[in-house]
Every structure is written in C-alpha cells, then in structure tokens.
Design a protein around this ligand. Structure first.
Ligand code: NDP
Ligand code: 2IT
Length: 447
C-alpha cells in the first residue's frame, strides 16, 4: 500500500484505533483513503468540513440477538447486524450476508464500500450492509425460515422504503428474501414492496435482479477490454465461487463468446477445458444446492479438492466468491499465466498485495465497487418499479443495466484521467464515488 496524504494519515490512524479487531474495515478504508490525496489537495473544503472523518463513522450500527429453534428442538442463538453507514444520497441500501465468518468488521467493510459503489451508480442510494454469523449450510428450509423470521422480527423496526432497504448477499437469495419479506409484511401490516429488493417476480421483484451482478460484472469487463483494444470474445475466463454472482457471470461471459473453464466453491474447484456446461451448473448449484464435485461427476469435468482456482491459467479473471480470496502469490501466478484483465464480482476479493501485483504488471483491474455495481443498480430499478407500481420487461431492464454499467465504466475512466491516473479504475471509482457524497455532505451542514 502507498503512503497516505498527510491530511488522511491521522484519519486512518483514528479509524484503526477506534475500531479494534476489524481488519477488513481498516483495509477497505485504507484502500479508499490512499486514492483520495489528490482530491483533498484540490478541494480543501472537504478537509475543512471533516467530510472524510465523518464518512468513516457509520451513522448508526445495530447489533441484535437472533434466537431460533432448530429441527431437533434445540434453541440456537446467532448475532444479527445492520450497519446504516450513510444516508446522504438516499435510504441506506445494501445486502444482507448470512455466513459464519460475519462479524461487525465484515459488515462495516461491506457497508463502507457500498457508500461509494452506490454513489458511483448515480442513483439515489445511501450505503449500508447487514447480516448474521448464521451458517445456512446443511440447514432445512424450515430452519432457514425460522431464522429469517426471527432476524426480521428485530430488524423490521429499522427498515422502510425511505429509510433502509436491504437485499441479498452471500447466503441470502430469493428463498431467504421471501421469508424476510413475508415476516416484514406480517409484522407491519403493510405491503411495502420497496422495503427489500431481490424479491420474487410474482411479489414485486424485478426482471434481471437475480442475474444483475454477474451480468453487470461481465458488461463492465467487456467495456474495459474494448477500451484497451481487446474484446471478451475468445478470452479464456476463470470465475471463482459458484453462487448467484458467479453463475450469472459465467452465463453472460459465455453469451459474449468467452470460454469459461473453471468455477469454485469453498471445498475446491472444477476445470472444464471445453467450457463449462451452464445447464448442469445451474441444476446442481441453484436447484439442488449441491457441491461442485457433483457437477464434475455429471459432466466428466476435473474436480480439485481444496487448492486454488487461481492456479488455472486464464486471460480474464472474475473473482465472484468472497473478500481477500486472491493473495499476492496467486496474483503473481495469474500474471505469469498471461492474465490481461480482472473484474471483481465479489467485494474486495483481491488482497492489497494482489492489487499491487496486478497494477505493477499493467493488468486491467476493475475494483468491486465499480464492476459489481450491477446488483445494486438493478435493486434501484426494482425500487423504481415498486414506487410506480409497474413492472418492466427483461429486455428493457437488461438494457438499463447495460447502459448504467457503461456509464459507470466511462465515469471511472474520465475521473482517472482528470486526476492524472489514466487507466486506473481504482482511482476513478473511489474519487467519482466520493465526490458525489462529499458535495452533498457539505450541502447538508454538520449532521
Ligand atoms: P452466494 O452465497 O450466492 O455464493 C457465494 C459463493 O462464494 C459460493 O460458491 C461460496 O461457496 C463461495 N464462498 C463464499 N464464502 C467463501 C469463503 N469464505 N471461501 C471460499 N468460498 C466462499 O453469494 P453471492 O454470489 O451473492 O456473492 C458473492 C460475492 O459477490 C460476495 O463477495 C458478495 O458480497 C458479492 N456481491 C453480491 C451481490 C449480489 O447481488 N448478490 C452484489 C454485489 C456483490 P460455498 O457455497 O462453498 O460457501
Ligand atoms: O454488495 C452489493 O452490492 C450487494 N450485495 C447488493 C446490494 C443491493 O442492495 O442490491
């Protein structure tokens, strides 16, 4: 990581000191602050108004007990979180993650990233994130339902279509959002569609929201490659993860003519040299909620237990699993194998060491807050449809997503140029995301 601007150094020191044992949050703040030096120099009003110091402190943090009864009749206790980080540009907006690794620091890193991502979309969205250390793996539908109902029984009092609008993330998809929305509706006695996004198509959901993050990451990668004189067609692509984002990234990459040769889950990865079979992948992972070795069994693909999917050579990498999944060593291997572009479908999947390796090697690098913004963009389109009691076609919604990803891409490029960092999408995304929030914060005064 590079040195920070002297105005920003004490802010990072304060964040680290006041939020002990939250390394992912420190990492996310550091990664943003190290790009803001030129903005602070050019616009002293931001430092005068302590915009950055204020932005690093969430507006509100909610931590609550989630008790529930498992199928064996045992009482289980989990911890729930919602970090309402910034409502400067709109209601708090961001997903819910259910995974045993979730802690307050995880939710804060994700919420912090979400502020800049949501700002970059140009849409009226604040930033927030939530979740629980609940582990859905191996749980029955009935257990998932009881957990979601208990979680919402507390969370509902903090939500509202003008206040805070959650969606999915790791471990939270259509099934969980159904149980969450059902409980919200029951408790509040309101059919308030705009309170959650990622809903089912028959009860207020939007076309393309399920596909949006993966599709959007590939639209971004395609535009970034074209901007540099390449194209996605014919590229050899490796995708990590095999959840919502990964599968739809595979789908769109294939539709645009790339050959996707590998995907992973937390147990290992599969390699399919001729290209993955999307139909079998969806059947195994989405419908049956099975593991990837089952995909290998059905297709004859090679399954590797453990190991790293980044050992599989590729020209384009789409990390779509989780944070810090690409180490510096893995990045060096990827570069040696001929990597030309990375578009992050996941949030902060590249470690700082990996980012340094990519940058040093001249790899095109699209950070998550730009490349994976398609999810929240389409959430905003869902909110628009809910507000107007309308529903759009798949084609119209997909066209809006694609246009918005193009605009986000072009904003990153133009902003990086303006700040003398041509081709640096990290600089472009952070600065463009930051300035929109910062200008509104100054307009609002000290609140
Ligand atoms: P899913 O739960 O649908 O899928 C997650 C995938 O990543 C699974 O294959 C899972 O494997 C793997 N994974 C998760 N945690 C780990 C881990 N600690 N180690 C190894 N593998 C892991 O989640 P999504 O696809 O929705 O989310 C993936 C990423 O995309 C996350 O970083 C999320 O924040 C980000 N994102 C999601 C958006 C959305 O709209 N859903 C929007 C923008 C970003 P296994 O099943 O074995 O656990
Ligand atoms: O990280 C993300 O952008 C998401 N999980 C989606 C957020 C949303 O509100 O759609």
């Amino acid at each position: 990581m590079t040195d920070l601007h002297p105005e920003l150094e004490p802010i990072l020191a304060e964040v680290t000191h006041r939020n002990p044992a939250e390394p992912e949050f420190h990492q996310a703040v550091h990664e943003v602050l190290e790009t803001l030096g030129p903005v602070v120099s050019k616009h002293p009003q931001y430092a005068d108004a302590e915009v950055i110091r204020r932005l690093c402190e969430p507006e509100r943090q909610i931590i609550f007990r989630v008790p529930w009864v498992d199928d064996a009749g045992q009482i289980q206790v989990n911890r729930g979180f919602r970090v309402e980080f910034s409502s400067v540009l709109g209601p708090y907006k961001g997903g819910l993650r259910f995974h045993p690794s979730v802690s307050l620091g995880t939710v804060k890193f994700l919420g912090f990233e979400q502020i800049f991502k949501n700002s970059l979309t140009g849409m009226p969205l604040g930033g927030g994130k939530g979740g629980s250390d609940f582990n859905p793996r191996g749980r029955s539908d009935a257990e998932i339902m009881r957990f979601c109902q208990s979680f919402m029984t507390e969370l509902h009092r903090h939500l509202g279509e003008y206040t805070d609008v959650p969606a999915g993330d790791i471990g939270v998809g259509g099934r969980e959002l159904g149980y969450l929305f059902g409980q919200y509706k029951r408790i509040t006695n309101r059919y308030e569609s705009g309170v959650l996004t990622g809903k089912g198509l028959t009860w207020g959901g939007s076309q393309v929201r399920t596909e949006a993050t993966g599709f959007g990451a590939v639209y971004f990668a395609d535009r970034m490659l074209r901007n540099a004189g390449h194209e996605l067609e014919g590229q050899r692509v490796v995708v990590s993860g095999s959840g919502n984002v990964a599968i739809h990234a595979v789908q769109k990459a294939q539709e645009l003519g790339a050959v996707v040769v590998a995907v992973s889950d937390s147990d290992g990865y599969v390699v399919h040299e001729d290209g993955l079979d999307l139909g079998v992948l969806k059947e195994v992972k989405i419908i049956e909620r099975e593991r990837l070795d089952e995909y290998a069994r059905r297709t004859g693909a090679q399954h590797v237990s453990g190991g790293s999917v980044w050992d599989v050579p590729a020209t384009v990498a789409l990390p779509c699993a989780t944070q810090n999944e690409i180490s510096g060593t893995a990045a060096a291997t990827m570069v040696r194998h001929g990597l030309i572009a990375v578009a992050e479908g996941a949030n902060m999947p590249s470690t700082p060491e990996a980012v340094a390796v990519f940058r040093g090697a001249g790899v095109l690098f699209a950070p998550g807050k730009a490349a994976n913004a398609g999810g929240v963009v389409t959430s905003s389109l869902e909110m628009q449809q809910n507000a107007s009691r309308d529903s759009w076609t798949f084609e119209h919604t997909d066209a809006r997503l694609r246009e918005t990803m193009a605009t986000i891409h072009d904003t990153c490029v133009a902003t990086a140029d303006e700040y003398d960092a041509p081709g640096d999408y990290v600089v472009g995304a952070n600065i463009a995301g930051f300035t929109r929030v910062a200008d509104a914060m100054i307009a609002f005064g000290v609140i």
